[in-house]
Design a protein around this ligand. Sequence first.
Ligand SMILES: *Cc1c(COP(=O)(O)O)cnc(C)c1O
Length: 389
Amino acid sequence: MQIKTAARLGLLPPYLFAELDRLKKEVAASGVDVISLGIGDPDLPTPQHIVASLARAAALPQNHRYPDYEGLASYRQAAADWFRRRFGISFDPAREVCALIGSKEGIANFATAIVDPGDIVLIPDPGYPVYYSGCVFNGGEPYFLTLRKDAGFTPDFAAIPDEIARRAKLLWLNYPNNPTGATVDAAFFEHAARFCLKNNIVLAHDSAYSEIAYDGYRAPSVFDAPGARECAIEFHSLSKTFSMTGWRCGFAIGNPDLIAALGRVKTNVDSGVFQGIQEAAITALEGGDGDKLAEYCAIYKQRRDLLVPALREMGLGCALPRATFYVWAQVPNGYSSVSFTERVLKEAGVVITPGSGFGKGGEGFVRFSLTVSSERLREAVSRMKALRL
Ligand SMILES: *Cc1c(COP(=O)(O)O)cnc(C)c1O
């Protein structure tokens, strides 16, 4: 029989990385020791006391059954407590927090809870691809907000036409930002919340990198903005903060009607986070590992301070990121994002990510991940320097 898939699959962008994946295999097969600065996945292990907590919890039969959809009351309490300690803002764990199977799940399902066919979704460009796929899977129309370097990679709300703002239902923001490494202060969220309240737009903030920060920078929450409780939801993840990407655990926090809407979608498509992982996540959120987080950030910072000056010497313009483990650099004259990425892969055996993979607005840039050891990073730098860019 002829398989006919849903038309929505055709709305996904062509897979930009197919040719790069092929090239990566070819380079590795030729015997080159490929160094990957391509993916945003911590190389540093989950702290041991969190692993031990899972091992204990996994042994208990009561954790082997279906979990509660919205998450253990104790997990939601731990999330609300962590949030209050971190941002000084209180939420009711029963009505204003929802456990997620990683924040990517929540981001995708939240679009289903909010977006009707024909609704406009305001999406940062470049940006995390799930904002777009969540939009088009639900029949929404993406309207891209270009993040320009001269605006510190933040969107210009004043430049959004009135008629677009009127039809928009949902705005996605993400600071500290992937892929640009940009950060904002609380005043930015005040602008965003004012814009959303004025135009009746739901404000969704993806806060995956809030704890990966340097030089004393403390990322604000969207809820630092007055009025944000009326219109906003914030997505938090244990993935980057506690080096737990493979565990799949996060939470959404914010306006109770938005949390309830997300919960209604989730009860119909998933069955919650394994309770053993929630128990380990409670251990993570309760801290006691404050030193481990500081230690990990110090390691990323050391790598950042090694890579950024080297890239600048090579003529790749880039800012020193105050947060995230990414360095977002301009490609040298004469290259596109992809042609530069290909040359670095072919001739230096180093994998980086072309900015255009995050949207048109990323053209002219490449992203370096700080998720390999300083030794490997030094080796990558010396190979790239030998290219005489
Ligand atoms: C890593 C990442 C996430 C998702 O992380 P989960 O592992 O699904 O919690 C969400 N947003 C951005 C921007 C990310 O980089």
